[in-house]
Ligand binder design. Structure first.
Ligand SMILES: [Fe+2]
Length: 389
C-alpha cells in the first residue's frame, strides 16, 4: 500500500460550510453576522428561469439588505471578455461582498467579479496562478448543481477566446468565505445536468484518491465523497430525486472539491479540457468517459487501491484489491451508461484520427495533471487511451 501519510500533512479548507433544506432563506442572517449589507448578486440565468425558489430567496435578500445589485450569468462557460463586460454592473457601487447562486460557472463568475472589484483593469491580466495582488471582496457561494466544488476552491475558470483555451484566475485570495448547500436549488436540475455535475465530482474524488499528492487528510474527504456520490448517483439513475439524494450529491461534490485542491488532479480531468474546448462536451461528462480506462491502466500497472473504494460500497467485493478495482472500472462504466452518458468518444462527435490527435495535443498542455497519476502516464499512454475509446 502506498504510504500516503507524508512527513508533513497540510489540509486547507478556508470556507465555512452550512448545509440544510431551505437554508438559503437564512442568507441575510449569515451575511449580517459578517457585517455584509450591500451585496453584488450573481445569478445563473437557467436557474432564474426554471427555479421559483430562487425568486423567493432573491426577494428575501432585497427585503432584508441595504442594497442588492444583480448580474445574471447568461453564459454556460464565461469568457474573459464577458467578465470584462459584466464587471461594469458592480463598478459604480460600494459592495461588502459578492454572492453567487448557480452552477460552477456562475460561482466562478462571482469570484472573478469579486476579484475585479479591487484589482483594476482587464480581466485577462489576472489569468494564471497568483496574479491577483489585492484581496478581492469576500465571496459567498450557493451551488445549484452538485459538481465542481467551486464553492470551496480558489479556482475560477474562464475561456480565453484568443487562445481558445480555458484558463483560471487562481489565487489564494479566491477561496469563498461561506458556502450554503441548499438542496432546493437542485429541484430544477434535469437528469443530464445532474449526471454531468455528479460525474465531474466523481472524477475529482477518484483522481484525488489516487493522486501522488494524496494525504491521510485528503483521503478522508476523497473516500467519504466517493461513498456519497456513488450512492447519490446510483439513486439518481433509479429515478430518485429526493432531498436526501440531493444532499448526498451536494456534500459529496463539496468534499471532492476539497480533496482535489489538497491532493492534485489526474489524467481524466486533464483530458476533459480538450474534449470540452474542441467538441463542446460538458466538463463533467468529458472527464467521466476517460475514468474507467485510466483506472484499468493504473490497475494493469500495479496501482490497485481503487479496490478499497469498491469494497466500501459493493456487497460482491472479493477482498482481492486488483479484482475489485477492475470490477469497479466496469461498474463505473455501467453507471455512466445508466445515466445516459456515452462511454466512447464517437458518442461525443469525435469522428476520426485527426479529431483524436487534436484531443491528444490539447492534453499535452496539461502535463502537470498527468504527473499526479500514481503510475507513469506519459504521451504514449495518453495516445493509447484516447485511441482505445
Ligand atoms: Fe472538474
Amino acid at each position: 500500500m502506498k504510504n500516503y501519510l507524508k512527513e508533513e500533512v497540510r489540509f486547507v479548507m478556508r470556507t465555512e460550510q452550512v448545509i440544510g433544506d431551505g437554508i438559503a432563506l437564512n442568507l441575510p442572517d449569515h451575511l449580517a453576522a459578517n457585517g455584509w449589507r450591500r451585496i453584488g448578486l450573481v445569478l445563473d440565468s437557467g436557474l432564474k428561469q426554471h427555479n421559483p425558489y430562487l425568486s423567493e430567496v432573491v426577494e428575501n435578500l432585497e427585503k432584508n439588505l441595504e442594497s442588492v445589485h444583480i448580474v445574471v450569468n447568461e453564459m454556460a462557460e464565461p469568457t474573459y471578455d464577458y467578465l470584462n463586460e459584466v464587471k461594469d454592473v458592480f463598478a459604480p457601487h460600494d459592495l461588502d461582498c459578492v454572492v453567487g447562486i448557480g452552477g460552477g460557472s456562475t460561482l466562478d463568475l462571482a469570484k472573478g467579479l469579486a476579484t475585479l472589484k479591487s484589482n483594476p483593469g482587464d480581466a485577462i491580466q489576472y489569468r494564471g496562478f497568483g496574479k491577483v495582488t489585492q484581496p478581492p471582496l469576500p465571496v459567498v457561494a450557493l451551488p445549484s448543481t452538485a459538481g465542481t466544488g467551486s464553492e470551496v476552491t480558489p479556482y475560477a475558470v474562464f475561456i480565453d477566446t484568443e487562445a481558445q483555451w480555458k484558463f483560471g484566475i487562481n489565487s489564494e485570495y479566491n477561496y469563498p468565505r461561506l458556502a450554503l448547500y441548499d438542496p432546493r436549488f437542485l429541484d430544477s436540475c434535469t437528469l443530464p445536468i445532474f449526471a454531468s455535475a455528479g460525474l465531474d465530482a466523481m472524477t475529482h474524488t477518484l483522481e484525488s484518491f489516487a493522486a501522488k499528492g494524496a494525504t491521510l487528510l485528503s483521503r478522508v474527504h476523497s473516500i467519504q465523497a466517493f461513498k456519497l456520490l456513488w450512492e447519490g448517483l446510483g439513486s439518481l439513475a433509479e429515478g430518485d430525486r429526493s432531498t436526501e439524494t440531493k444532499i448526498k450529491l451536494l456534500v459529496g461534490s463539496g468534499c471532492a472539491g476539497a480533496a482535489l485542491m489538497n491532493s492534485g488532479a489526474g489524467p481524466s480531468g486533464a483530458l476533459s479540457y480538450p474534449l470540452g474546448v474542441y467538441f463542446k462536451v460538458p466538463h463533467g461528462i468529458a472527464g467521466s468517459v476517460f475514468l474507467p480506462g485510466v483506472i484499468r491502466f493504473n490497475v494493469e500497472n500495479g496501482y490497485t487501491e481503487y479496490g478499497q473504494l469498491y469494497a466500501a460500497v459493493a456487497e460482491d467485493a472479493t477482498g482481492d484489491e486488483a479484482t475489485d478495482a477492475l470490477r469497479f472500472a466496469d461498474e463505473l462504466r455501467d453507471l455512466c451508461a445508466k445515466l445516459g452518458i456515452p462511454t466512447s468518444l464517437e458518442g461525443f462527435g469525435v469522428k476520426d484520427d485527426e479529431d483524436r490527435d487534436q484531443i491528444i495535443e490539447g492534453a499535452f498542455q496539461l502535463e502537470a495533471a498527468f504527473a499526479h497519476n500514481p503510475v507513469t502516464f506519459g504521451p504514449d499512454e495518453i495516445r493509447k487511451l484516447v485511441y482505445s475509446l
